[in-house]
Design a protein around this ligand. Structure first.
Ligand code: MD6
Ligand code: FE
Length: 209
């Protein structure tokens, strides 16, 4: 398994999921989407919509609206509990974050039609001891990562379908974002009935073990 250190706390695993495993994960996602469709998150206070659409699986899901950023146990539009986390995701966590307690949330980001994600920190969890594990499917994205201060210098990394990124330790609160998605670089998502684009999954531990 290829393992590339990007900076202290950040490890890149290119091609972590095989083509077969990507197919298994995508099929699981198609079932998750039937139960918990993508919603459009909105910025706190302003209510401005994100360009990325989202859903979640696991006990807790990350949502954002005029009331703020938070984790909650139900889908903001259907009011139903989030679907269970598929086994393949738990297996990836156990392999890539073996020291951490099991993940409680998996945020599913969907990028289509020029969607981006501006530089941010993941800091809505109660506990930063566990890393965040990111898995990508579909079109390649240009991921940017900096330091724990917004003005710190950044480096870029291309995340392609099947790639994993473990983000923890001294980088757990590093700023990061998605500058752009290379439209048409993968045809994988058509298998799930989506019109191209990119899906990123981030598995998180929210509360202390
Ligand atoms: C994305 N990823 O790849 C956005 N957050 O679409 C994230 O925001 C992220 O990749 C925390 C840790 C790893 C990540
Ligand atoms: Fe993030």
């Amino acid at each position: 398994m290829t393992r590339v250190g990007i900076k202290p706390g950040v490890t890149y695993h290119p091609g972590y999921l095989s083509a077969d495993q990507q197919g298994v994960l995508l099929a699981a996602l198609a079932a998750i989407l039937r139960e918990a469709p993508f919603f459009t998150p909105r910025m706190p206070r302003t209510g401005k919509p994100f360009s990325v659409r989202m859903t979640n699986c696991g006990k807790l899901g990350w949502v954002s609206d005029e009331g703020g950023y938070r984790y909650q146990e139900t889908h903001p539009e259907t009011g139903r509990p989030w679907p269970a986390m598929p086994r393949i995701l738990i297996a990836a966590w156990q392999e890539l974050a073996p020291e951490a307690p099991l993940p409680e949330a998996c945020l599913v980001n969907y990028y289509a039609g020029g969607a981006r994600m501006s530089l941010h920190q993941d800091r809505d969890e109660q506990d930063f001891g566990a890393p965040v594990l990111s898995l990508s499917l579909g079109d390649t994205a240009v991921f940017r990562i900096g330091g724990t201060a917004r003005r710190d210098p950044t480096t870029s990394l291309k995340l392609s379908s099947g790639d994993a990124l473990v983000f923890g330790g001294p980088a757990r609160l590093a700023f990061h974002g998605i500058d752009r998605v290379l439209t048409g670089s993968s045809t994988l998502l058509a298998q799930a009935g989506l019109d191209g684009g990119r899906i990123n999954l981030t598995l998180r531990r929210v509360s202390p073990a």
